[in-house]
Design a binder for this molecule. Sequence first.
Ligand SMILES: *Cc1c(COP(=O)(O)O)cnc(C)c1O
Length: 371
Amino acid sequence: MSRYWSSLVHRLTPYVPGEQPKLPNLVKLNTNENPYPPSPQVQAAIAAELANGGQSLRLYPDPNADLLKQAIAARYAEFGISRQQVFVGNGSDEVLAHVFVALLRHELPILFPDITYSFYPVYCGLYDIAYRTVPLADDFGIRVEDYTAANGGIIFPNPNAPTGCLLPLAAIEQLLAAHRASVLVVDEAYVDFGGESAVALVNRHPNLLVVHTLSKSRSLAGLRVGYAVGQSDLIEALDRVKNSFNSYPLDRLAIAGAVAAIGDQEHFEKTRQAVISSREVLRDALQALGFSVLPSAANFIFARHPRRDAGQLAAALRQRGIIVRHFKLPRIDQYLRITIGTDTQCKLLVAALREILKPDQPTMKAMNSAI
Ligand SMILES: *Cc1c(COP(=O)(O)O)cnc(C)c1O
């Protein structure tokens, strides 16, 4: 606290990202990064951008990142998406920040699930946007029937975070039709691991904005690239905010790397399929250890053990050099969110959990005394 702070800063409750410890040999399953390297073409493209002693870095990058917008539009060619329907930013967190102020800041409160990406209420605090949360069903699914209130907009991730639960496109269409007066933002950070993208609906729905990131399914969390797809007037709103904030959110290396990543469909398919199959193996292994596991369409699993405190499990894993995410929040404080790692990392996790849970197995003595 300081007398030099603005009153807004006094009021803020900033987002706390998962930790990035500097310990070696850590099995890091806490921030949903991809365990596989990005496409080798990313490295080549960045190296090419740095050629001739990094000459090009003298010059500002393209403020509109046109090459990248073109690459993204081409990826969605089957849905008739043009370059004018794409917005890019410094990670999808920055894209989302602009979305909140450009499209979700109205008289009426916005709606999002009670359990969801915890950055949403943070943006509301930053931009003074009223919000109401809508409880998830008992199975942690989003019930579109519950989104009835008049609103200044609706936002949720699909699949949702940190549950991994997927809403089918038909349910999203239902919401779009029921709320034509406000924008529905679908945050598709994890959609490549098991969902169908709502970008398919963009040209039929003027109130739909789909937000995406290269951090998860393209293995580029460190490059900071995110984008949004919507009809051109929504994109124009985002551009107006961006050009009132930072004209050059993506640097030259990020643009070059992102274009290369979007272009390498083969690497994308291979790595996302590897994550999906590891997820299915890990789910079975956790269930065999007694965990209940929510159905996940993401690159993480949300699981709880009926007899072990989630906070204590996370601490015991940490002692063994494995970090997972535990949220001390209502309804989910007995769950662990576990990022899908390589098969080796998943095996280390399962072995550690087996050891931690061992005292839980009924011993001979306990069984005898039970009889
Ligand atoms: C990871 C994540 C983001 C942020 O991604 P960046 O592009 O790395 O900023 C946004 N939304 C959700 C739901 C996420 O899980």
